[in-house]
Design a protein around this ligand. Structure first.
Ligand code: SF4
Length: 727
């Protein structure tokens, strides 16, 4: 036993593999134990693939395939054979997932047909009936995209395009109205002129069928004599013509239809770029045209209402745009979408991003990181870093005025409202996304989800338009169990005696590193015969102070390709990295108002002050004076600090993201309110186990199971232990 412990400690501290004590993991097939249930993603129903729908409002424009199929199933639920149709729908959905992993791409309608063919819909009447009913209830179509390396840019381009389409519709409606009204001004003036009232013009204005019925010479003489001919001032005529030509020549939005091409004559600009330098050059070149067009729109609005006064407005509009455009003027124009790979970001490009932010250029910048492992600048080792995107994100938040969102690609569907908000934000926005496409043989979705779960790439948003302070601007809610250093999940497995074992384990940075063969040197597989009690979960070590001396060694549970449980010792170097990661996460927690050290300090100070004042008065003079030693009212903060959570279960409803996890566990116990946010509608409608399982499933850790209501429920000891994380 002592020999094994020595060997385990030796590897943990030095990274050396004493002979016979370990198996190297470098060429092994080990995966973190939590991955055991995710070997075949095509068999699971989850957020991906997505269907990018070009119609509808912003939120409707991105759908999950499972969500669309569930909608269709609900739609036809009353028409019979519900269970059979549901089974067929799931088969079809799975086949579409398989198609995507094989590289087949296309709109949902096409993939549907291919998948239906592959599962034999032609030969099976019942299957064919189920699929055609489902197809009839399917209301949307669009390109299907899986969670792969190409998805983040594709999704952002799609949502950006939907936003620009909406902007373009409004812009075209406004500008075409102005063009028509300005044309009417000129036409009316011409109609009153000598030329406009000539017999030839009058004849041309009447259809050929009725030309014989009129004496156009007499009509011309009559109208010319009775119409006051007060000509439009030449300056106004020139101004109106100039406005028309500027409005018609705009190239910022393309015409909606061929009929509009006659009105808007300019070839449209492109607004999607792969380099900041190109976007900045285009913006600089187009800025005079933007100023000219914004000015023309403002002047035209005055003209069509007859409110333009040369004395008052000429001087003002003469200087229009000298100091650039106001945000309201800039909002008229399309935003510049810049899609960048973090790996290609040279220092100059990073500088340009910051300059774009300083200059308030209307740019939406997506920086995609494909690999979080970077080679150390002082050695050959890999570090989990994502340095470039991290620097950019923290500097951008530091400006305080720009929208910033960070997320793994696996979370993007859940964060779609925040993505749309950022794309529509009035001003620059930065989106930093980790695609997860870095480990051969593991689906990017899994790596991206592992990065998010392990806090290697946590999700957050900083939205300056949400309010004046950090509490309203900064949100961490999209992360799992935000109150904890590391999210915890239950792992069920069979031990060697085929007994079911259930453990609650944390998912740490070490688990994320264990996905990547480049980190193999930080792990040593312990042969089963040498599993000893000194092997303890790595999260236990991370919870201790670094210098605590313990007779244990950090280990991870992993599984091999047959899903057999394995244990690996983790190097001290990686444990140190994980500590740094936890520190960075705690800083984010503070920004997000979780375990805020200033607030905790204040509460502690108030609590001490209150305790001091509440101490019984012992001084003789107080007794003599007859003063009562009544305790003063406790300060509110201290009250809050000493308040004990109720034994009743509850949900922090305001933070609910409507993910359905709890309602799927028990919809009699959990229910939605009018805002589609969950609360506990009947705590006695289910078991304590369900409450604890819902708390563990809740992505935002807002379900508090309280204390068991039925003391006779089986397995309470274990459940109470699991519930401790959610007090
Ligand atoms: S309370 Fe329920 S619906 Fe709301 S986020 Fe948590 S699990 Fe999802």
């Amino acid at each position: 036993m002592q020999v094994e412990l020595q060997a385990h400690i030796a590897f943990h501290l030095t990274g050396r593999l004493p002979q016979g004590a370990f198996d190297a993991t470098a060429q092994s097939d080990l995966r973190p134990a939590f991955f055991a249930g995710y070997r075949d993603l095509t068999a699971l129903r989850y957020d991906f693939p997505l269907v990018l729908v070009r119609a509808g409002d912003n939120r409707q424009s991105v759908q999950s395939l499972s969500g669309l199929i569930d909608d269709a199933l609900r739609e036809i639920a009353a028409s019979g054979n519900e269970e059979r149709v549901r089974k067929h729908a799931i088969r079809l959905e799975r086949e579409i997932r398989k198609l995507l992993t094989e590289g087949v791409a296309g709109p949902l309608s096409e993939l549907w047909d291919i998948a239906a063919g592959r599962i034999g819909a032609k030969a099976d009447q019942l299957l064919s009936d189920s699929l055609s009913r489902l197809r009839g209830a399917l209301t949307r179509d669009g390109e299907v995209v899986d969670c792969d390396m190409a998805m983040p840019f594709r999704l952002f381009q799609h949502l950006w395009q939907v936003t620009q389409d909406r902007k373009a519709r409004k812009f075209r409606a406004d500008i075409n109205t102005l063009i028509m009204k300005l044309s009417d001004i000129l036409n009316a003036e011409f109609g009153r002129s000598k030329e406009g009232l000539s017999s030839e013009r009058l004849r041309a204005s009447v259809g050929t069928a009725h030309q014989g019925a009129f004496d156009f010479d007499a009509m011309s003489r009559l109208l010319a004599g009775s119409t006051p001919n007060v000509p439009m001032p030449e300056s106004r005529r020139r101004r109106v013509r100039g406005l028309l030509s500027t409005l018609r020549a705009q190239r910022f939005f393309s015409p909606a239809s061929d009929s509009e091409k006659g009105i808007n004559v300019g070839e449209p600009y492109s607004f999607v770029f792969e380099k900041c330098s190109d976007a900045v050059a285009a913006y600089r070149e187009r800025l005079p045209k933007m100023i000219e067009l914004a000015k023309a729109i403002a002047v035209a609005r005055l003209e069509v209402h007859g409110e333009y006064s040369e004395g008052r407005h000429d001087a003002f509009f003469g200087e229009f745009g000298d100091n650039g455009l106001d945000p309201e003027d800039l909002a008229l124009f399309p935003d510049y979408l810049i899609c960048l790979h973090a790996a290609d970001l040279a220092a100059t490009e990073s500088d340009l991003i910051l300059q774009i932010f300083v200059a308030d250029m209307p740019a939406k910048i997506v920086v995609q990181t494909d690999d979080l492992l970077e080679q150390s600048p002082i050695g050959s080792e890999y570090m989990i870093s994502g340095l470039r995107s991290r620097q950019l994100v923290s500097t951008s938040i530091g400006f305080g005025a720009h929208y910033v969102l960070q997320s793994s690609s696996s979370n993007l569907f859940r964060l779609r409202d925040q993505v749309i908000r950022g794309i529509s934000y009035l001003g620059p926005a930065l989106f930093s996304v980790f695609s997860g496409a870095s480990v051969a043989g593991i689906r990017p979705y899994l790596i991206a989800a592992a990065a998010a779960e392990s806090r290697a790439f946590p999700a957050f948003t900083y939205d300056p338009s949400a309010g004046p302070d950090w509490a309203s601007r900064f949100s961490l809610y999209a992360n799992s169990q935000i109150n904890l250093d590391w999210p915890q999940q239950r792992l069920d497995y069979e031990d060697e005696e085929q007994q079911l074992v259930s453990e609650t384990l944390a998912f740490t940075l070490a688990d994320f590193a264990a996905c990547d063969p480049r980190c193999a040197k930080h792990f040593a597989k312990v042969p089963r015969a040498k599993w000893t009690a000194d092997l303890a979960p790595v999260s236990e070590f991370l919870a201790r102070e670094p210098n605590d001396v313990v007779e244990k060694v950090p280990c991870l549970l992993m599984v091999d390709s047959d899903n057999r449980l394995q244990k690996v010792v983790v190097s001290n170097k990686l444990v140190r990295e994980a500590r740094r990661c936890a520190d960075a996460w705690r800083s984010l927690q503070e920004l997000g108002g979780v375990h805020n050290s200033h607030a905790a300090l204040l509460v502690e100070r108030e609590r001490k002050a209150w305790a001091e004042q509440a101490r019984p008065a012992t001084a003789p003079e107080r007794k003599e004076s007859g003063a009562t030693a009544e305790a003063p009212a406790a300060p509110a903060a201290a009250e809050a600090a000493t308040e004990r959570p109720s034994d009743d279960p509850y949900i922090e409803t305001a933070r609910c993201t409507s993910c359905n996890e709890c309602t799927q566990i028990n919809d009699k116990m959990f229910g939605y309110d009018a805002n589609k946010q969950a609360s506990i509608i009947n705590p006695d409608a289910g078991t304590y186990r369900q409450l604890v399982e819902a708390a563990e499933s809740c992505q935002v850790s807002i379900i508090h199971p309280g204390k068991p209501r039925n003391p006779n429920e089986p397995g309470l000891d274990e459940l109470i232990k699991r519930a401790e994380s959610f007090l």
